[in-house]
Write a protein that binds this ligand. Structure first.
Ligand code: ASP
Length: 310
């Protein structure tokens, strides 16, 4: 029995089996597995949970299939504004970047903010400036262009509507956002989340992903959580911290806390989505109240699971 574990997601939402071609499904599963293996390798080599979640998320950010990094959705003016956060359970250190353009791997910017600044959260141009000063890779607009995302934006561009990467539009189903949680050999937990947010978003809209306690949270005393879903509802429910609090204050198990938040509290206010969660004992939960969630895990027993549907 290993003492390490990792779980990750590539977004939750309306993932209709009949719209996901076998080839596409294979590509999603391969993308999830590659990220899982990359993160697990870090843990195996005695790397920290922080390094492992960063590695898993970077791998997903580099994959154009997911709404983060290279595959980030288009905003109202045809640009990309990305959000990411990372947190480590050993000392509650956290870093987050929101509304940042041009960053190849927003999770690495969040990590640099955590490790190299006095701050927790930086936004847009200021965050970009910090990134440049700290050698974080920058890419031009062409890097973030993907035909699929461009078409998604064309479909609602000019309208006032915006949409989650996972919501159904014109019979197509879309999904996005990535995140990971890990437990290392030293018993430390970490969580990271990265997203392009909502297609056609404006006014500098920010979701739950980069907000510590909402979309991302880690505490060695309880658990590590990374969320995906309708950000506004996840923000209002302070989802990640709520699960940690239910464990800390009510002595709930990870499963009981996750079930209460995802299948009851969120559902009551219409919050669609899910999360990956890992506690200090190595228990993994991956609940979602949507049709599907791209997800993968390697548990304490070393068994690997990569799934999309229930
Ligand atoms: N939660 C993300 C947001 O609202 C979206 C997602 O998970 O796909 O920005």
């Amino acid at each position: 029995m290993e003492k390490i574990a990792i779980a990750l997601h590539g977004g939750a939402g309306t993932i209709a089996p009949h719209l996901l071609t076998p080839a596409l499904e294979k590509a999603y599963l391969a993308g999830l597995e590659a990220a899982l293996d990359a993160g697990y390798q870090v843990l195996k080599q005695n790397g920290s949970a922080t390094e492992a979640v960063a590695m898993a998320v970077v791998t997903l950010e580099d994959n154009p299939l997911f709404n983060a990094g290279k595959g980030a959705v288009f905003n109202h003016i045809g640009g990309h504004e990305m959000d990411a956060a990372i947190m480590q359970g050993i000392d509650l250190k956290a870093g987050a970047a929101c509304g940042v353009p041009s960053i190849k791997n927003p999770v690495l910017l969040a990590k640099a903010i955590m490790e190299k600044s006095e701050h927790v959260m930086m936004a847009s141009q200021g965050a970009l400036e910090f990134a440049k000063q700290n050698g974080i890779a920058i890419e031009d607009d062409a890097y973030f262009y993907t035909e699929q995302r461009y078409q998604q934006w064309q479909d609602i561009k000019g309208s006032d509507s915006f949409q989650l990467d996972h919501t159904e539009q014109k019979g197509e189903k879309k999904f996005g956002t990535v995140g990971a949680v890990a437990l290392d050999y030293h018993g430390n937990l970490a969580a990271a989340t990265s997203t392009g947010g909502m297609t056609n978003k404006k006014y500098g809209r920010i979701g739950d992903s980069p907000v510590i306690g909402a979309g991302t949270y880690a505490n060695n005393a309880t658990c590590a959580i990374s969320c995906t879903g309708h950000g506004e509802l996840f923000l209002r429910s302070v989802v990640a911290y709520d699960i940690s609090c239910l464990m800390a204050y009510k002595n709930m198990t990870l499963k009981a806390a996750c079930d209460l938040v995802v299948y009851d509290k969120l559902v009551k206010i219409g919050g669609e989505g899910g999360l990956v969660a890992l506690d200090h004992l190595g228990n993994i939960e991956m609940p979602f109240n949507s049709e599907g969630m791209y997800r993968a895990k390697i548990s304490l027993d070393g068994v690997k699971e990569v799934k999309i549907y229930k």
